[in-house]
Design a protein around this ligand. Sequence first.
Ligand SMILES: Cc1ncc(COP(=O)(O)O)c(C=O)c1O
Length: 387
Amino acid sequence: MKQEVLSEAAWQRIVEFAADKATPCLVLDLQTVRDKYRELIEAFPFAGVYYAVKANPDAAIIRCLQELGAHFDIASVFELRKLLELGIATDRMSYGNTIKKSADIAFAFEQGVSLFASDCESDIRKLAKFAPGSRVYIRVLTEGSETADWPLSRKFGCQADMAIELILLARELGLVPYGISFHVGSQQRDIGTWDAAIAKVRFIFDRLAEADIHLEMINMGGGMPANYANRHHDIAAYGAAIRRFLDEDFGNHELQVLIEPGRSLVAEAGVLVSEVIQVSRKSQDSLDRWVYLDVGLFGGMIEAIGEAIQYPMVCDRQEGELDEVVIAGPTCDSMDILYEDHRYSLPLDLQEGDRLYWLTTGAYTTSYSSIEFNGFPPLQSYVVDEG
Ligand SMILES: Cc1ncc(COP(=O)(O)O)c(C=O)c1O
């Protein structure tokens, strides 16, 4: 079987490992995570890496990234607890969710977390009360929704003027105004979106310097790409362009730069192995062949919703004539259709039990899969490593 995402050795490891495993399952290759981490830090030698745990919270991935020196972006106290159980120090964590219960802020603070994202007055007041003296950074809104395959704007972040007011309030309430963050949208195909976002951050820094607040940090979030069916630049091109944008706006400035990669670090390490349950047509002369799999939107492939993310796919039945198909999941929900517009081609003699390997599925699959929808269990996940 031919694929163009993984190294041949990693692909062989995964296929051999999966051979006797029940499907659907995700197989993660740790060596690929190490390779992606190395590529990322080569492309971004000027940035501290905070892995966005939400992308894949598998303990083996977290341990592997910890050994490589990564820090961690956490979204909840549940992720915090998980990292604590794995022995990760709280000074390696940033609480990046702008939506937090008071009790959760207090718990994180008690545990030693002292770096928090925020984007509104009520959250700043909660932070001042339940995490006094902590460092805060304000998330700003950015452009880029149209060119991100999984946009993240609108719900999070505030306008530049409000960011300035919040930093002033944070100082007044005894917090440490630390920096500004943004996220240009996940799987962001337009590198230029970082240019505009960085310029906005520089504007905020300058305005605050007038009030004698000298911010130290820019957190550029995630958005770096993984290898899906759509074209994109490689990670080195992202690093080079973003460095140029930073130099243009902050060349003369002491600056701590953070990134919070999720997808770009772990997506390519995962292969979701699925099986065909059924192949049918709606009438004898229908052009459309429907292929129903044992995995669908609710079993881990939710990012295929609206066909936002199009995963590369390999079928284990290689020979024979191919034809385009509609691909759907196994649940009794009519929304559970994976691909109808984006046409994958599969052999005409495809039948029950044939395996489809979905590549680049290491991010946002297990963490999204439902726990019991239609009785199906959460997506089973395994880890393989070299040697
Ligand atoms: C605050 C924050 N940081 C980082 C990420 C990771 O983004 P990506 O997977 O595009 O690298 C996310 C994704 O939702 C996020 O919400």
